[in-house]
Write a protein that binds this ligand. Structure first.
Ligand code: KIV
Ligand code: ZN
Length: 515
């Protein structure tokens, strides 16, 4: 790889990402993400904004102390106090960078900073030099660069380079630019700025118009060799350029972009899941690269094509981004080819005639559940299920939950179930992270099935005054779907969980009977 074909990945999940509402992280949470970024082999981790609060400074320092490999960076406004706080926090890192910024657009100059063009240029010269005296690696950003006059942008960037900045980041702070415009801007800056050859130009795009990834890639076409991005595209307002989308676009369309990153792509999905867990924000199902649907095919015509040759409808392998591959999702749009293929892969020898017979029952089953699992199919093939497929030996008799507990007591649930073939009801009290989690533990304790909730969907249907719950429960390697309708949300969640557990309890016996 020549130096020119390498695009650096500067990850700002822990800074721009973390500053977005709903995404704040504790120091421990930040360390979990920093480890995921280390595994991804990102070039630079922007670990936080040290001057923002003592907690931020502690978190940056903790990342600097532990993480090896990537450069550890802290953001700083263009003033001595911020720069010193940043330099201090990244102190323990082997490789470190201070990223300092000031607004340069007319709005920022007049409304926010109340400073003249010349005053800002003076500050850039003095304070970038101050940052350089603290660390060797300094990045400078003219905030709102996209809305800054081009001649003044050249002056600001030139002043930063002369003062010692080695990375010039061009932020589209408000997500306003377009691909053609940003390609042109990078070409312009690289040709007009004195000293441009000796620095790395970087793009920092926001997603207000849904173009952050396209704009970042277009900046690369214009000569940028660093992309600032965040896992799952989190960041201020609509977010930043999504790391996984930019990286996979460059990898999948290397023929077009002609550049490469050093990202270990198989670590993308684990990092995305880690972020979702740490911040308690689900990954949207249809999210490019990391959403559950990104490599799933349900429509019959697509499934037929993928079964014949996966390249028919896939441009990347799920495995390449570290996602467990189970690309054929059986649902109400699936056709007979997919049904036959999955039944065969489960070890059943079935004729075409048998598939014809099973198909109507499969469609009825698919109508009641979002996803038909392997366990559902085993029950179907063995002819041991009615059409809703949710019958089983355990019935819910009572659900009592306690959430309003004091600091010393964990949430708990008291659950009573009745087995069809036993006279006595069984009651168990369990603790959990929350009352529903406690209820699921109690169900597992009573039934003896070690289930783990994988997906829980709850929909309040206002017209009917009921809650529809769907639980997908993992038992070992297998997943079982249970659905339920109840008036109360907690009752619905527990009943759906029990329906899935019922299915799990029955499936192994059914499978043995068929074999
Ligand atoms: O969006 C922005 O302008 C920023 C800068 C601080 C780089 O996040
Ligand atoms: Zn930003």
């Amino acid at each position: 790889m020549t130096i020119d074909s390498h695009v650096k990945i500067f990850d700002t999940t822990l800074r721009d990402g973390e500053q977005a509402p709903g995404f704040s992280m504790s120091t421990d949470g930040k360390l979990v993400i920093a480890r995921a970024l280390q595994a991804l082999n990102v070039d630079i981790i922007e670990a936080g904004f040290a001057a923002a609060s003592p907690g931020d400074a502690r978190a940056v320092r903790a990342v600097a102390e532990e993480i090896e490999g990537p450069i550890i960076c802290s953001l700083a406004r263009l003033n001595e106090k911020d720069i010193d706080a940043a330099a201090e926090a990244i102190g323990p890192a082997r490789r470190k960078r201070v990223h300092t910024f000031i607004g340069t657009s007319p709005t920022h100059r007049d409304a926010k900073l109340k400073m003249s063009r010349a005053e800002i240029l003076g500050k850039i010269s003095t304070l970038v030099a101050h940052a350089r005296s603290a660390v060797e690696d300094v990045e400078f950003s003219p905030e709102d660069a996209i809305r800054t006059e081009r001649d003044y942008l050249v002056d600001a960037v030139t002043a930063a380079i002369e003062a010692g900045a080695s990375t010039i980041n061009i932020p589209d702070t408000v997500g306003y630019t377009t691909p053609e415009e940003i390609t042109d801007l990078f070409r312009f800056l690289i040709s007009e700025v004195k000293g441009a050859d000796n620095v790395t130009f970087s793009a920092h795009c926001h997603d207000d118009l849904g173009m952050a990834v396209a704009n970042s890639l277009a900046a690369v076409r214009g000569g940028a060799r660093q992309i600032e991005c965040a896992i799952n595209g989190i960041g201020e307002r609509a977010g930043n350029c999504s790391m996984e989308e930019a990286v996979m676009a460059l990898a999948t369309r290397k023929d077009f972009f002609g550049v490469e990153t050093q990202i270990e792509t198989t670590k993308i999905y684990p990092a995305s899941v880690a972020l979702s867990r740490v911040t308690h924000n689900p990954i949207p199902r249809n999210k490019a690269i990391v959403g559950r649907n990104a490599f799933a095919h349900e429509a019959g015509i697509h499934q037929h094509g993928v079964l014949a040759d996966r390249r028919t409808y896939e441009i990347m392998d799920a495995e390449a981004v570290g996602m467990p591959s189970n690309s054929i999702v059986l649902g109400k749009h699936s056709g007979k080819h997919a049904l036959a293929a999955r039944i065969k892969s489960l070890g059943f020898e079935v004729t075409g005639q048998r598939i014809e017979e099973l198909f109507p029952d499969f469609k009825k089953l698919a109508d009641t559940a979002r996803e038909v699992t392997d366990a559902d199919l085993v029950a179907l093939v063995s002819g041991n299920t009615d059409h809703d497929g949710r019958q089983g030996p355990w019935r819910v008799r009572r659900v009592e939950l306690r959430a309003d507990v004091d600091d010393d007591t964990r949430p708990f649930a008291r659950i009573t179930l009745k087995h069809d073939e036993q006279d006595e009801r069984q009651t168990v009290i369990s603790e959990g992270e929350g009352p529903i989690d406690a209820a699921f533990s109690a169900v597992c304790a009573i039934t003896g099935v070690a289930g783990r909730i994988a997906v829980l969907d709850l929909h309040h249907i206002a017209d009917e005054g009921i809650v529809r719950a769907e639980a997908i429960v993992a038992v070992g390697e297998e997943r079982y779907t249970g659905t339920a309708h109840e008036v109360d949300v907690a009752d619905a969640a527990v009943a759906a969980f029990v329906a899935a557990i019922n299915l799990a309890a029955g499936v192994h016996a059914q499978r043995r009977a068929v074999a």
